[in-house]
Design a protein around this ligand. Structure first.
Ligand code: PGA
Length: 259
C-alpha cells in the first residue's frame, strides 16, 4: 500500500439491526489488534438506526474503528421527511459518509448533481466523503470506463476546495462487480484508479491528485483483497458482502495488511 493512509470500509447496506450491530462491533473489537488498526482506517458503515449503538460500543470498549454512514441529505435541517442531515451525523461522531453508491444511483435517483451537493455538505461539516464511481458492464464493453469515472469524479468534487478533495476518498466500484463475485483484474483496477487520480489532480489542482485515496470495491473477499490493495494507487477497499460477518471482516483486514 502507498504512503497514503489506507482505508477499508464495511458497507453493511440494509443489514443488521442495532442489537446485531452491537454484537458485531464487540466481536470485531476482540479480533482486531491495536497494531493492525494503527496501520489503516477501519470504518464501519451501519444503517442509520444502528449508528448510535455502534458509536457508543466503539467508545465504551475503546475499539480503534471509525464510524461511517451510508448516505446523507445535503441540507442541515428542514421539511425533508425521512432524510438525515450532515450535522446529525457529525454529532454522532461519524467520520466518513458514503456518497453516490451505485445502488443509490440506480434505485433511488441519485445523480451526479445530487452527489455533488452531498459531497459539499459532508465536507462542510468536517466529515470525509467516500465518493462511489464506476462503469456499467455496457460502458465497459464499449471502452467507456475511464470516460465514465472521470465524469463522475469531476462532477462530484465541483466547487470543493483542493485541500478537501485531497483528504477525500473515492471508491472505484465497477457496477457489474458489486455483489456478483466478478471483479476486474487488479491491474485493470489499478489503471482505472490511476485515471481517477489523474482526473482529480487535473481538475482540483494543488495536491488533490496525490492526496486523494482511491479504494477498490466490488466483490472484495478475503481471498482477493491482497491483490488489490498491494497495487500502488489503490488505497484500500469498500467491502459489502464480505463485511457482514465480523470474523470474516477481521480476516479480510488481516489479509489486506499482509498483502
Ligand atoms: P460487495 O459490495 O462487496 O458485496 O460486492 C460492495 C459495495 O457495494 O460497496
Amino acid at each position: 500500500m502507498s504512503e497514503r493512509r489506507p482505508v477499508i470500509a464495511a458497507n453493511w447496506k440494509m443489514h443488521h439491526d442495532h442489537l446485531a450491530a452491537i454484537r458485531y462491533t464487540q466481536e470485531l473489537g476482540y479480533r482486531l489488534s491495536g497494531e493492525e488498526a494503527g496501520r489503516l482506517d477501519v470504518v464501519l458503515c451501519p444503517p442509520f438506526p444502528a449508528l448510535r449503538s455502534v458509536q457508543t460500543t466503539l467508545e465504551a470498549d475503546r475499539i480503534p474503528v471509525l464510524l461511517g454512514a451510508q448516505h446523507v441529505h445535503w441540507e442541515d435541517e428542514g421539511p425533508f421527511t425521512g432524510e438525515v442531515s450532515p450535522p446529525m451525523l457529525a454529532k454522532l461522531g461519524v467520520r466518513y459518509v458514503i456518497v453516490g453508491h451505485s445502488e443509490r444511483r440506480q434505485l433511488f435517483g441519485e445523480t451526479d448533481e445530487t452527489v455533488n451537493r452531498r459531497v459539499r455538505a459532508v465536507v462542510r461539516h468536517g466529515m470525509t466523503p467516500i465518493v462511489c464511481v464506476g462503469e456499467t458492464a455496457e460502458e465497459r464493453d464499449r471502452g467507456g470506463t475511464v470516460e465514465r469515472v472521470r465524469a463522475q469524479v469531476t462532477a462530484a468534487f465541483e466547487g470543493v476546495p483542493a485541500a478537501a478533495v485531497a483528504s477525500a476518498v473515492v471508491a472505484y466500484e465497477p457496477v457489474w462487480a458489486i455483489g456478483t463475485g466478478r471483479t476486474p483484474t487488479a491491474a485493470d483496477a489499478q489503471a482505472t484508479a490511476e485515471a481517477i487520480r489523474d482526473a482529480v489532480g487535473a481538475f482540483a489542482g494543488g495536491n488533490a491528485g496525490a492526496g486523494i485515496r482511491v479504494q477498490y470495491g466490488g466483490s472484495v473477499k478475503v481471498g482477493n483483497i491482497g491483490e488489490f490493495v498491494t497495487r500502488p494507487g489503490i488505497d484500500g477497499a469498500l467491502v459489502g458482502g464480505a463485511s457482514l460477518d465480523p470474523e470474516e471482516f477481521a480476516r479480510l483486514l488481516r489479509a489486506a495488511l499482509v498483502g
